[in-house]
Write a protein that binds this ligand. Structure first.
Ligand SMILES: NC(=O)c1ccc[n+]([C@@H]2O[C@H](COP(=O)([O-])OP(=O)(O)OC[C@H]3O[C@@H](n4cnc5c(N)ncnc54)[C@H](OP(=O)(O)O)[C@@H]3O)[C@@H](O)[C@H]2O)c1
Length: 304
């Protein structure tokens, strides 16, 4: 099969399209023909060697995908060949096929395209866990930083679905977009301090880090909660300020199925920013690395 791979850390041009053996699914795994793969910031961060974890080269990048079950290994009872699925794989998804643990996938909602479904893992799943772990409830005041991004756009929609009052931050080109997702207030981070629009909030989701995170402490009320997904949970600062620091948790197959239900009912929508062919994964990752844009970049790898 064809797969994008890299054999060392480096810039986007370490990635090469190579002919590699098709993976053999192990017990409990499903072999999926990948139709579309999500391009996550984590993909280029791993390629640049920015994560403190051991890496075995060569690496096939990518975790998020949507595709069609090709075969199932022993121990898999919930899926069958020909079924459309989506979710995450630890084994690389910038490839024509991926071996995927059955517990990390769910049936793709029939009304949702493969590219949209590939935008769910690492985007909707992260936002879902944040809103659930933050126990967002009706009437809460919620601040979502990076509200137009792959995570933030789902966080706005989930928080609205929970009945919260949502303030989102984005650049000038994305303000109408985040309002269209349901945000009650949209703050242009290039023009106005978010502190003007958000005070005494119950919950902050920080997808930006740095100064944005530092300034966020002053707008959360005592007893409120903060989740940052850009680095180590700032436990000490939480103790100092009386803000509950919640560590992001991993989504399960049940979470995926719940998200699939909301997508299918049209209560939330996935947004694809741009789709590239597999051979242009370098361009796709470079675009992701810019840190700006609206929705998820995806790779279109095969036809459904
Ligand atoms: N730990 C985890 O579980 C986890 C999971 C997923 C993601 N993450 C991390 O979370 C971060 C965001 O991920 P993502 O997938 O949402 O990224 P993304 O899709 O690349 O979105 C980035 C968004 O940030 C906005 N932005 C840039 N600077 C901003 C600022 N100063 N204030 C407000 N918004 C700003 C951009 O909007 P404009 O174009 O309008 O500037 C863009 O829409 C990444 O660092 C990623 O690695 C962590």
């Amino acid at each position: 099969m064809q797969a994008m791979r890299y054999h060392e850390f480096g810039a986007a041009d370490v990635m090469r399209l190579e002919e590699v053996p098709r993976p053999e699914p192990q017990a409990g795994e499903v072999l999926v023909r990948v139709v579309a793969a999500g391009v996550l910031p984590a993909d280029w961060k791993l390629r640049k060697g920015l994560f403190p974890m051991p890496v075995r080269f060569p690496v096939i990048p990518g975790t998020a995908f949507a595709g069609i079950v090709e075969e199932t290994a022993p121990g898999v009872t919930d899926f069958r060949p020909g079924q459309a699925v989506f979710g995450r794989s630890p084994n690389g998804t910038y490839a024509e096929f991926a071996a995927v643990p059955a517990e990390a996938i769910a049936a793709k909602p029939p009304g949702i395209g493969f590219e949209e479904a590939a935008a769910v893992s690492g985007g909707a799943t992260t936002a879902w866990r944040a809103i659930m772990d933050g126990e967002v409830k009706p009437g809460d005041r919620v601040l979502i930083h990076g509200a137009a991004g792959g995570v933030g756009l789902f966080a706005v929609q989930f928080a609205k679905w929970k009945g919260a009052h949502v303030v989102g931050t984005a650049g000038p080109a994305n303000l109408d977009f985040i309002r269209s997702l349901g945000a009650d207030a949209a703050v242009d981070y290039t023009a106005e301090p978010f502190e003007n629009a958000a005070q005494d909030v119950d919950f902050v989701l920080d997808t930006i880090g740095g100064k944005t995170l530092e300034r966020s402490w002053t707008v959360v009320k005592r007893g409120g909660a903060l989740i940052t997904i850009t680095g180590r949970p700032p436990i000490e600062k939480g103790l100092e300020t009386g803000v509950r620091i919640i560590k992001p948790s991993l989504a399960s197959g049940d979470d995926l199925a719940a998200i699939a239900g909301l997508l299918e009912q049209g209560i939330v929508r996935a947004i694809v920013q741009r789709s590239y062919p597999l051979g242009e994964a370098r361009l796709a990752q470079e675009q992701s690395e810019s840190g700006h844009g609206r929705g998820r970049i995806v790779l279109r790898i095969s036809e459904a």
